[in-house]
Design a binder for this molecule. Structure first.
Ligand SMILES: *Cc1c(COP(=O)(O)O)cnc(C)c1O
Length: 426
């Protein structure tokens, strides 16, 4: 099969993410996409089992989002938010404030998840600085992932991530295991008794640690963190960039499911339905009030050039319309039930440590590093695009995926792991 000309010519110039460029297999050229399907340049069609890094929740090229972006393109593709205002960003901010629980009412826009977390960390630190207290460190968790920039790397899992490479260049944070019972909550309380005064806040991915390996925890953990944050005067930051916006099925946001009110929330990935880069950091009224002052230096010191991009905000508003008009949460729950049933047989296979499902996230965890190339090739041969990492093969399908698509994905996963498991045994 011959690759398109643009691919052959561009290949030596495009530096790929997380990729050893000397040995990596070539990426698959994609010509177009629609619904749950990617159409490759060679004519093959793949179901996207991971929604392009968890973003494409309504499927590709949803006409409602396409129309909104097209209309925006014809009136105002972008204008700076410093000193100027536009309808899409102002409407989106209102809608996010209304959608998030409690008084999470103040929206700061940016253009990627990492930057949204950076802004949350800066907001928390500056909140304390504005009150004359120097509290700039964070409590964060093993298995956590919050982005690839320097500040966000410092709150990622120190062993799993890129920490060791950049030792010395990163802020030193306090990294602990997530507390899962009362004894662990008490132990963490003692730690905070000693170090709490230096900390600005706690950064956590609520209910599911995504890039750390799709590891789940219970609402208890988040309730414990809220109690500890209150006792030790720490700001609680929920990074909902992966789980927020419907992925968990029971509600739009993990904080609602856990019944916990964070002080700051970050959103990105599914915010525009996977069409355009956009992110938001949303703060409670108390945090926002901590910046109101006669002192210009008390203003939040951040301002990305493309913040609140009008095309991105138009896409996000259209995406929120779809959440209102179509039964996305019910669809996510149905996908979860189906994955639960169809992935379960993998549990018995030698080499499989765990099978787990939460919301529209289905995971087969192996007992060691996943043979990523082999598993992904096997799934591609079955017509499914998946990207195994660490010790897992997982799916996060578009929430519009129909029963046949979900079955197709789950069966491809089980088949890929079965073959690998059988070969390993001989
Ligand atoms: C993906 C992700 C990020 C980083 O978002 P980018 O847009 O890739 O910078 C941060 N936090 C969580 C929980 C994520 O899943």
């Amino acid at each position: 099969m011959t690759a398109p000309d643009w691919f052959d010519k561009g290949r030596k110039h495009v530096w790929l993410p997380y990729t050893q460029m000397q040995t990596a297999r070539a990426p698959l050229p994609v010509a177009s996409a629609a619904g749950t399907r990617l159409r490759l340049s060679d004519g093959r069609e793949l179901i996207d089992g991971i929604s392009s890094w968890w973003a494409c929740v309504h499927g590709y090229r949803h006409p409602h989002i396409e129309d909104a972006v097209r209309r925006q393109l014809e009136t105002l593709p972008h204008v700076m938010l410093g000193g100027l205002a536009h309808e899409q960003a102002y409407t989106l901010a209102q809608r996010l404030a209304a959608l998030l629980p409690g008084d999470l009412d103040h929206v700061f826009f940016s253009d990627s998840g990492s930057v949204a977390v950076e802004v949350a960390m800066k907001m928390a630190s500056q909140y304390w600085l504005n009150r004359g207290r120097r509290r700039v460190k964070f409590l964060c968790f093993k298995g956590g992932y919050h982005g690839d920039t320097f500040a966000t790397m410092s709150v990622c899992d120190p062993d799993e991530g890129m920490h060791s490479l950049f030792k010395g260049a990163l802020l030193e944070q306090i990294v602990v295991n997530l507390p899962t019972n009362a004894a662990q909550e008490a132990a963490l309380g003692e730690l905070l008794e000693q170090h709490g005064k230096d900390l600005a806040g706690i950064v956590v991915e609520p209910l599911v640690q995504g890039a750390g390996g799709m590891v789940f925890h219970d609402p208890f953990t988040l309730q414990a963190l809220r109690r500890l944050a209150d006792t030790h005067e720490l700001l609680l930051i929920f990074d909902e960039i992966f789980v927020g916006l419907g992925r968990l099925g029971d509600a739009m946001f993990a904080c609602e499911i856990a019944g916990v009110q964070p002080d700051i929330v970050t959103l990105s990935k599914a915010l525009t339905g996977g069409t355009l880069p956009l992110a938001a950091t949303i703060a409670s009224r108390r945090i926002h009030e901590g910046f109101l002052s006669d002192d210009p230096m008390h203003a939040l010191m951040h301002g990305p050039t493309y913040m609140g991009n009008a095309l991105g905000c138009a896409a996000a508003n259209a995406s929120l319309d779809l959440f209102e008009q179509e039964p996305r949460l019910a669809q996510a729950r149905a996908i979860g039930r189906q994955l639960q049933a169809l992935l379960e047989p993998a549990r018995e296979l030698p080499g499989v440590r765990d099978v787990r499902v939460r919301g529209a996230i289905g995971v087969i965890q192996l007992d060691g590093p996943a043979p990523a190339d082999r598993l992904s090739e096997s799934c591609i041969a079955s017509g499914v695009w998946l990207r195994p990492f660490r010790d897992i093969l997982y799916t996060t399908p578009p929430l519009v995926a129909q029963e046949e698509d979900v079955a197709h994905i789950a069966n491809a996963m089980v088949a890929a792991v079965s073959e690998w498991s059988a070969d390993r045994a001989t």
